[in-house]
Design a protein around this ligand. Sequence first.
Ligand code: ZN
Length: 439
Amino acid sequence: MLDNYTCDTLYTADYIITQNDSRDIIEHGALAIAGNQILSVGHADILTILYPDARRVDLGRAAIMPGLINSHTHIPMSLLRGFSDDKALMDWLTQDIFPQEAKLTPELVELGSLFSLAEMIRSGTTAFYDMYMLERSVFRAADRLGMRAVIGESITQYFPSLSCRDAEAYFDLVRAQAFEWMNHPRIRQAVVPHAPYTTTPELLQQCYALAEETGSFFGMHLAETRNETETCLSRFGKRPVDYCASLGLLSPISTFFHLVDVNEDDIAQLADTGSCAVHNPASNMKLASGVAPVEAMLNRGVRVGLGTDGPASNNAQNMIREMYLASLLQKAHRLSPTACPAQTALDMATRGGAAALHDPYLGTLEPGMRADFIALDLNAPNMQPVHHIVSNIVYAATGAENRLTVVDGKELYRDGRFLTCDYDALLSEIQQARIWAQK
Ligand SMILES: [Zn+2]
């Protein structure tokens, strides 16, 4: 079907990491792009002959790979990076984060979003799943910078919120945004209640019905801590996953973030309903939430993505770092050096992310897939020698090696330059975040 397409640009590099079903890695490879799609992947010598008229971008000693997918975050929270650290989750939220968030404005949310987007674009992330408040500003920022995203306005049972005076106003907002972003090539909407402990059963069911009605996805924080399980048991008589199952929330449009305190039955329910999970190792470690049984989920057939969580609980938006932490956390926790190998971490950040964002055209470099990819510089001293390229990416890279970020066929970052935002102008505005934090 793609035969009629003309190759616009041919990217060549020492390695192409396809992440296809057999995890092929092509040495001296090339990636042929037609518009916003991948036309062909193969050896540079062959594709150069096939597409003699294409624009050539020779990246040399580099590894081209699928763009990383940050499957759970709250990007405006870069405003609160380093604002409050080293506290217990509930103290952190109720004493520091929530009171400060109550003073947010749409302009500040957009500024925080742009900063996180710049950080993600620079360190090799091409898509993200966001939930926060005043998300209209996040939609706008992602659109402007050219990122791919699933974005949702978060809701709790407490009103008025920053965006809505009551639940009806929230439902109207979701309907309006569904209409507004319906045909966007890169951005989709999700209905994202905050968590079981900040919502009612009725509200959760209304949210799920709204997701179905508007063709949106459904996402929620779930089973983040043992404390949440105890609260859920005492309020509703069920563990968090059981509780969601009883409300009809487990389905292929649903993605649940954290899933730290889950048992075998919970995992089976998630797998059998086609629900997606997102693992957030840095946030779980920093907030001492626990360790998600990632491999048990994967082995049972749950599709698991990887996310940074917000910049206030990580404190970076760097998926290279997140892969490293995901792998090492499992090894240390399970006292097993074979736990969560590098390839598993890379799979979660690519193929798992595609599942978490419900986009079958993401996560691999194959013909017909979306042209979302990055290229890591292998000249960096920490990237040599190359015995196993995936090992270097997961265990040795820092994110600073990324030279190129392409989303939907468009270059957003190349060799130190942001191509869709004026980063110097953005940097001059960030002082506003410190002024706001002192209010
Ligand atoms: Zn979160």
